[in-house]
Design a protein around this ligand. Structure first.
Ligand SMILES: *[C@@H]1O[C@H](CO)[C@@H](O)[C@H](O)[C@H]1NC(C)=O
Length: 435
């Protein structure tokens, strides 16, 4: 009897805590309505624009509650807006797809382009909140920013190291740095620190990139313009590659050396072997930095969508591919586990003597075939995740279309329409006669 009672008590406690968790989370996310424009300037907002029918929005929901929870003691208010209900508000913010995440601080509106996961979203808020260049007088505070970011979310930060006696010959550089920060601070940190935090020996200000635990100075012989430096140095030696950063990675114009892997539902790599391949490639990226830094950029694909689309075929998992950013041609390493094989391939590509066999490309026939391949892959994935829905969306309309074709081509139908025309002509004749 007493055991039963205790069990009952536990169940009630459990239910109550579940209830508390849900109501708390719900309370932290503010549901916006038409009147948002009236009070938006009183606060800083992070808003998810969603539609009830959109699948990506549903997947973002638990992440969004976590974001709200993490930001609960800050001055950023986390909210969401149902764009189906409040279309005019969605139009006001030029929302083009769902979900859209906007940071809204009075007239400053910044669109979030990264992966829809907790830590990159929080990093984004930290970057865009406040001035575009974050100023630190204390090296400790600088460290906290530079060392943030976990394994899946590493970043490069651009650092203006300011000399106490002024910028000296770096005057123009500093002006350009400020301008680029305005455009790029949604993607990378731009910070301003005293020069002694970076380099004791310099006698004027200078620009550095901080990544993989080290500062690398801007080299004005290698990069004539500061923006070339920023575009090609904005990624660490090894990173996760998704749709959110793929284009920017290609824009570095470095050959991309990437492990093709697959994450499961809970965001873990599918097999031990995949983890080993990722660790091996990461170590290789680290060890060959001196040699390959200017030519190759390393990373890993957590999902097969992009690499399959480049290859226009399904690849072995895990495998290691090298993608040429200009031509989209790709090279395959003979094995994914042996660093020797990969180094051999990279050397051959680098020396081009002779160039190893390459596949694919981006000429017109390849582009056409790629579109076809992408659509069929999408259908396949859709069918895998929800066969009934795919059936309803595609097969039923196809059946309709076929029925319409059949009816249009069916002879009875044609004959009857001929008759209609005849009648019309007769009528016209009648009119003429009466005139
Ligand atoms: C700085 O910007 C100016 C104007 O856009 C440009 O002419 C100059 O070459 C830039 N300098 C560097 C080092 O990027």
């Amino acid at each position: 009897m007493s055991i039963n009672k205790r069990a009952e008590l536990y169940i009630w406690l459990l239910l109550y805590s579940v209830h508390l968790i849900f109501t708390c989370e719900a309370a932290r996310i503010i549901e916006l309505s038409d009147r948002f424009l009236e009070y938006k300037d009183k606060d800083v907002w992070l808003v998810k624009f969603y539609a009830p029918w959109c699948n990506h929005c549903k997947r973002l929901e638990p992440v969004w509650s976590q974001v709200a929870q993490k930001l609960v003691n800050t001055d950023v208010r986390v909210a969401r807006l149902d764009c189906n209900k409040y279309t005019s508000l969605a139009q006001h913010f030029r929302v083009g797809g769902f979900p859209t995440i906007l940071y809204i601080n009075k007239d400053k509106v910044v669109d979030y382009q990264g992966e829809r996961l907790l830590s990159p979203i929080l990093e984004f808020v930290r970057r865009v909140h406040g001035p575009s260049i974050k100023k630190f007088s204390n090296c400790e505070d600088m460290r906290k920013i530079l060392d943030s970011g976990d394994r899946d979310n590493r970043q490069a930060s651009f650092v203006l190291a300011t000399h106490p006696e002024g910028h000296g010959e770096a005057g123009e550089l500093v002006k350009n740095f400020t301008e680029h920060a305005e455009h790029m601070y949604a993607y990378n940190y731009f910070i301003d620190v005293p020069i002694h935090c970076v380099d004791e020996s310099k006698d004027h200000s200078w620009i550095y990139v901080h990544k993989d635990g080290a500062f690398v100075p801007y080299n004005s012989e290698k990069y004539q313009l500061l923006d070339q430096f920023i575009i090609s140095e904005r990624f660490p030696a090894f990173q996760r590659i998704t749709y959110a950063n793929f284009r920017q990675i290609l824009a570095t114009r470095k050959m991309l050396v990437a492990a093709v892997l697959e994450e499961n539902q809970i965001g873990r790599l599918d097999t031990m072997r995949m983890e080993e391949v990722r660790d091996m490639l990461e170590a290789l990226a680290e060890n060959t930095k001196e040699l390959y830094h200017d030519k190759f950029l390393f990373g890993w694909f957590p999902s097969t969508e992009i690499p399959y689309s480049i290859a226009m075929t399904e690849l072995r998992l895990p495998s290691v591919i090298v993608v040429d950013p200009e031509t989209y041609k790709y090279y395959l390493s003979s094995s994914a586990d042996d660093p020797e094989d990969i180094i051999k391939l990279l050397d051959a590509i680098d020396k081009a003597d002779p160039l190893p066999p390459s596949f694919g490309g981006n000429t017109l026939p390849y582009r056409i075939y790629r579109s076809y391949f992408d659509v069929s892959q999408n259908l396949k994935n859709m069918y895998r995740s929800s066969p009934v829905l795919t059936f309803v969306i595609f097969l039923i309309p196809t059946a309709f279309f076929a029925a319409i074709c059949y009816l249009t081509c069916c002879s009875d139908f044609l004959e009857s329409s001929d008759e209609d025309e005849d009648e019309l002509e007769e009528e016209d004749d009648d009119h003429e006669k009466t005139d």
